[in-house]
Design a protein around this ligand. Structure first.
Ligand code: URA
Length: 217
């Protein structure tokens, strides 16, 4: 795997929320609120990876103070994959309030047992125009087989050629990361954990279950 493309967020607050999300006893509301918090924290970690420029401002005391500006904050596009990504996007928007949004609906079809038989069928996609100086963030809470994210990458690439294409997933697994990076070497992944296994129904193990069902009941 291309380690330099994978950012595992080890912030203790993010990791303690992840633990609560994994816990089967966590109720629906706590789960959904936890995903929103993770989205915000992921946003802050993404900002850490952005370049900044030095600026000087004048304070109300008439004194100059050195600071920084992060130009890329003004040119973010978030891709919201219905429905599981909705709370993750809600959190990302707290870090990127100026972001424009693309929306996609993708259905997982399990034709028969076995991860190679799980397909992702896109039945709606609406992307904003994507410019060359944009940073695009695809939000999908679980990077499992990678099929949904590959569909999202296709839509982004149809809409333009962004400067950076990021994928945010709460939990990823090695199988899905490998497939997505084989499809597009330019993406960067921000995740809280890389789990080892994927079961025959395409669920990440140990994972956290079905992220959409757990957020929405
Ligand atoms: N989608 C989920 O919600 N959970 C998984 O484990 C895999 C895909």
């Amino acid at each position: 795997m291309l380690e330099e493309k994978i950012h595992v967020i080890d912030h203790p607050l993010a990791q303690s929320i992840l633990t609560s999300l994994r816990d089967k006893n966590t109720d629906q509301i706590t789960f959904r609120k936890g995903v929103v918090k993770v989205g915000r924290l992921m946003g802050y970690e993404i900002i850490r990876s952005m370049t900044h420029e030095e600026v000087i401002v004048e304070t109300p005391l008439g004194v100059k103070a050195r600071g920084i500006r992060i130009p890329d904050l003004d040119s973010i596009v978030i891709v919201n994959i219905l429905r599981a990504a909705m709370p993750l996007v809600e959190g990302l928007l707290k870090a990127f309030p100026l972001a424009r949004q693309g929306v996609m609906a993708v259905q997982r079809i399990e034709e028969k047992e076995g991860i190679e038989n799980i397909k992702a069928v896109k039945y709606f996609a609406k992307m904003p125009v994507i410019a060359q100086d944009n940073t695009v963030i695809i939000a999908d809470p679980m990077l499992a087989t990678g099929s949904t994210i590959i569909e999202a990458i296709k839509e982004v690439r149809k809409a333009g050629s962004p400067k950076r294409l990021l994928v945010t997933s709460i939990i990823s697994c090695e199988y899905g990361i490998k497939r997505v990076l084989e499809y597009d070497r330019k993406i960067e992944l921000f995740t809280l954990a890389v789990d080892k296994e994927l079961n025959s129904k395409g669920y990440i193990v140990p994972g956290l279950g079905d992220a959409g069902d757990r957020s929405f009941g």
